[in-house]
Design a protein around this ligand. Structure first.
Ligand SMILES: [Zn+2]
Length: 330
């Protein structure tokens, strides 16, 4: 009898210990959760359902960084992207740049934003294991927490932290492609990129009829003759070596407009024309302005830290700690 009660007592004690460990574990998980969450929420405009959602600032940054850069990239490159993403968002808020909310989820307008649950599904479909996915998520969370409140400024003003995927050799000057005012921190700089990047070079082939009709439909030309087509040439380059304009008959067309019209990966291209098609042979991916993500990863592999990477791509900037967002409409 005593023997059985003894055993029972031991079982009860063991169960109690296990239970308290479980509680501790849950508390620890909750604590980690709380530490990751920011005290601030932002207003995210959901372009799919036309609604504004309140989301936690750090959750927004997690989804942006995870949507914008592969989690397998070097940690310092991910940290750089975290500071860039925060800066990009705060600039939108401080300067009241959006019509709806603080920022939207459309990567053509703001930064890419996919909900975490959906991202995890995408990663799973790409063949990543559950533990790789968890590690990737933790890596990005850590980068956001470690760079908490850090943003990029130029002369004390928050910058427009533009970035793109790849620009082998040189990034682009904002003024050169958008004919905007001079932006002192968005200048062309030398760039080194991993040559194994899958979109380092690409080709876009557009049939003559599609090329002609798209330009006519979008008001770039009134008409193009066969002769005009066969004599298409590059008329001007920017200082970084990208195409600035091409000549089609009597029309000059901006390469940046061609890039967005035809989905050409960058304006760093050469042209071939055969009987039926215009072929763009392209180097790099994106507008080429600001930080190159492939370059950031390459520099991180060489031992550069996230702040060195940021200083490399944004000329004359400072990274400040403890920036507080002042909403103009508050
Ligand atoms: Zn937007």
């Amino acid at each position: 009898m005593y023997f059985i009660s003894g055993i029972l007592a031991i079982i009860i004690v063991v169960l109690a210990i296990l239970q308290s460990r479980k509680v501790e574990k849950i508390e620890k998980e909750e604590e980690e959760q709380i530490n990751f969450e920011s005290n601030e929420n932002i207003k995210l405009y959901n372009t799919q359902n036309d609604e504004i959602e309140e989301v936690n600032l750090n959750y927004y940054l997690l989804c942006v960084v995870a949507s914008e850069i592969p989690f397998k990239y070097e940690y310092e490159a991910i940290k750089a992207q975290a500071v860039v993403a925060r800066t990009y968002l705060f600039n939108k808020i401080v300067n009241n740049l959006e019509e709806q909310g603080d920022v939207c989820d459309d990567y053509n307008h703001c930064q890419a934003f996919t909900q975490l649950e959906k991202l995890r599904e995408i990663w799973k479909n790409k063949g990543f294991t559950e533990s790789e996915i968890n590690e990737g998520e933790e890596k990005i969370k850590k980068a956001i927490v470690e760079t908490k409140n850090q943003v990029i400024v130029y002369n004390g003003e928050i910058i427009d932290a533009l970035f793109h995927a790849s620009s082998p050799q040189k990034t682009e000057d904002a003024k050169a492609i958008w004919s905007c005012e001079d932006v002192p921190y968005l200048k062309s700089v030398d760039n080194v990129e991993d040559e194994t990047y899958e979109n380092r070079t690409s080709q876009t082939t557009i049939p003559y009829s599609v090329f002609k009709n798209t330009l006519i439909d979008n008001g770039y030309v009134e008409d193009i003759t066969n002769d005009d087509f066969f004599n298409i040439s590059i008329s001007e380059y920017t200082d970084s070596g990208r195409v600035k304009t091409i000549q089609v008959g009597s029309y000059k067309i901006k390469a940046e407009d061609l890039r967005t019209l035809f989905g050409i990966k960058s304006t760093n291209f050469s042209i071939d024309i055969d009987e039926d098609n215009i072929v763009f042979n392209v180097i790099g991916y994106g507008h080429g302005v600001g930080m190159s993500q492939v370059g950031a990863n390459t520099y991180a592999k060489q031992g550069k830290t996230y702040d060195e990477i940021i200083h490399h791509y944004y000329t004359g900037v400072d990274i400040v700690d403890g920036y507080t967002v002042q909403r103009r409409n508050d």
